[in-house]
Design a protein around this ligand. Structure first.
Ligand SMILES: [Zn+2]
Ligand SMILES: [Zn+2]
Length: 430
């Protein structure tokens, strides 16, 4: 059967589906050993090909393929061979599963994960060392095969640090790994203590503050930053100052009655066209977390847009720059902005920058994250949740941050609530 070219999908559309399928396999497939995602999905690229390739190792392929074709959500079996099967899920999602003997799992996982550029560099490097690297693993030139029980072994045999999948893009990770300079403490979801950037029914969110708080707590988070829209954002239920004060009363009440989770009083304040913020300083200074974002007047040219953002960051109460380029993947281009100037300013002023985990935004994107980290800019992992499900966006923020080589220490919401708030308020260089 000819291979169709599949469309690009958002990471956030495919990853949960693929995870659910893997979880079903784990629960139901007899004799299953290892299993996992491959390709773009495993590297967590912002857009992924709409066909998912899974691999597994097992005692025997047939019972695993049986469990796969019988999984919930499988609509049609498109192709089935001895150790491989392709199915259709939903309208157009193609998922294939290959079942391998144990000794082939790690080399095939590595080969299917890519990227092409990363693999090409590794192949060349192996050749220089008299080795041959392929999906069958590493062979010496005289033909003997080196056992590869896991990917870490493969990188070690090539004389370098282990390279996590999110970094395998040939953007310097191979040189760094050879020199032992790859960061070993990349941020991970388990490091995140609190979620930043959440809306509730007070502005344009769909769940109450209490529902958001309970849900964040059930995810194991210790705090949640409530950041509604500000007064000019009429289209998004932006809050006048008196409404904001009433919200603080509700937050105080919830904090007094709900153990195990703390709501932080914040705002997503509009950066107006002039670069001024949409509340007076007397209001902003009372908030624990101030995210400044652009929501209207996207059409300015690069110079004016850059000046607008730089001006906003001069405000002493400006803590975090929200979704810095305003892009929406597959629907809205980023607005023109001199990102390097913005990141320089953030580093100089001690302003944090958000990695927005809404799968359509992922803003900062991975390359910009890396530029930020190189400058010592402090980052926050943000969910931009408009309902309880949106709290799960944190994982996409973390994935994007990892692709930008972010370490745990670069991320402010790895701190406790008190330390997080005081880190945001550290005195600014003026
Ligand atoms: Zn926003
Ligand atoms: Zn928002």
């Amino acid at each position: 059967m000819p291979r169709e070219r599949s469309p690009l999908c958002l990471l956030g559309d495919l990853l949960p589906e693929a995870d659910t399928l893997l979880e079903q396999l784990r629960m139901t497939a007899p004799g299953l050993h290892q299993f996992g995602l491959t390709g773009d999905l495993r590297r967590r690229t912002e857009l992924v090909r709409g066909s998912v390739e899974l691999i597994a190792s097992a005692d025997a392929p047939a019972p695993v393929l049986e469990a796969f074709t019988g999984a919930l959500g499988v609509v049609e079996v498109l192709q089935r061979e001895h150790a491989r099967c392709t199915v259709r899920m939903g309208d157009d999602m193609r998922v294939s599963l290959r079942v391998l003997p144990e000794e082939d799992f790690a080399p095939v996982l590595h080969a299917l994960t890519g990227s092409k550029a990363h693999l090409a560099r590794l192949h060349a490097l192996a050749r220089q060392q008299g080795l041959h690297l392929s999906h069958r693993g590493l062979r010496r030139s005289q033909g003997s095969r080196l056992p590869i029980p896991d990917e870490a072994t493969l990188y070690r045999l090539l004389g370098m640090q282990y390279i996590p999948p999110e970094l395998r893009e040939d953007t310097g990770e191979i040189e760094a790994a050879l020199a032992g300079r790859l960061p070993e403490d990349l941020v991970s979801l388990e490091h995140i203590q609190g979620a930043v950037h959440a809306h509730s029914t007070w502005s344009d969110g769909r769940n109450s503050l209490e529902e958001m708080a309970r849900s964040a707590r059930s995810l194991g988070l210790r705090y949640l930053t409530i950041t509604e829209h500000s007064q000019s954002a009429i289209y998004a239920g932006g809050l006048k100052v008196d409404a904001l004060r009433r919200q603080w009363e509700e937050i105080d009440r919830l904090n007094a009655t709900l153990p195990g989770i703390r709501l932080l009083k914040g705002i997503e304040v509009d950066i107006l066209e002039s670069g001024a913020l949409d509340y007076p300083d007397s209001v902003l200074e009372q908030l624990e977390v101030v995210i400044g974002s652009i929501h209207v007047r996207h059409g300015l040219d690069e110079e004016r847009m850059t000046r607008r953002v730089l001006q906003a960051m001069e405000n002493p109460h400006f803590h975090i720059l929200g979704h810095p380029t305003g892009r929406l993947l597959q629907s809205r281009a980023p607005y023109p902005l001199r990102m390097e100037a913005v990141l320089d300013k953030a580093a100089e002023r001690g302003v944090a920058v958000e990695v927005n985990g809404n799968p359509q935004r992922l803003d900062l994107k991975d390359q910009h994250v890396r530029q930020a980290v190189q400058r010592g800019v402090r980052l926050v992992m943000s969910c931009d949740a408009h309902d309880v499900v949106g709290l799960g966006n944190l994982r996409y923020a973390v994935a994007t941050a990892r692709r930008g080589w972010t370490r745990r220490e670069d991320v402010l919401n790895t701190l406790t609530a008190d330390s997080f708030v005081s880190a945001l308020r550290e005195p600014r260089v003026s």
